[in-house]
Design a protein around this ligand. Structure first.
Ligand code: IMP
Ligand code: MG
Length: 178
């Protein structure tokens, strides 16, 4: 498939309605878990920004926000194993209760680097939420505290996720055939 394939030719894995229901439930769960405590939410660029925008509006908490640019993939669907900071944190997280918002947990390599990078900045607590999880792909044994959906080993796009920088704007999550 070329990167220019028409979006409507790609099979829908998770509809926008299904995503919306699950994100609302995750928001309620996180709100209950952090009740009465300020929460610093860090979105990992770029894949998580759509999920982050929706999730935040379901958090009934005293929330502050930052973004961290952490790139692991080049073009295509194969992990380069290389990790690069494309945007650093704006504010210190020392002593804060931090929730990381990720798009997808795949081999776990990015997550692993991310957790160690953030833990070194000494937050009071550090939890992780991911919209998608592909547990069968795991190479580094990491796990998220809040998972939207477990999905099989397929490459997906939409709702912030890209293939070669495209398709982030699709409202549903669709499968890119290898
Ligand atoms: P990991 O280091 O292998 O866990 O890779 C995680 C990163 O790979 C995610 O943050 C995504 O940017 C990218 N990624 C992994 N699987 C997919 C997918 O199915 N669609 C789009 N991006 C993906
Ligand atoms: Mg990513």
């Amino acid at each position: 498939m070329g990167a220019a394939a028409r979006a409507e030719e790609l099979k829908v894995l998770l509809s926008r309605q299904k995503i919306a229901r699950r994100v609302r439930a995750l928001g309620a769960q996180i709100t209950a878990d952090y009740r009465g405590r300020p929460l610093h939410v860090i979105g990992i660029l770029k894949g998580s920004w759509v999920f982050m925008a929706d999730l935040l509006r379901h958090l009934d908490l005293d929330v502050t926000v930052d973004f961290l640019g952490f790139a692991s993939y080049g073009l295509g669907t194969a992990s380069s194993g290389e990790i690069r900071i494309t945007k650093d944190l704006d504010a210190s997280i020392e002593g804060l209760e931090v929730l990381i918002v990720e798009d997808i947990l795949d081999t776990g390599r990015t997550f692993n680097h991310l957790e160690r990078f953030l833990a070194a900045h000494r937050p009071k607590s550090l939890k992780v939420s991911t919209l998608l999880d592909k547990p069968t792909r795991r190479i580094v044994p990491v796990r998220a505290d809040y998972v939207g959906f477990e999905i099989p080993d397929v490459f997906v796009v939409g709702y912030g996720l890209d293939f070669g920088h495209r398709y982030r704007n699709l409202p549903d999550i669709r499968i890119v055939q290898p």
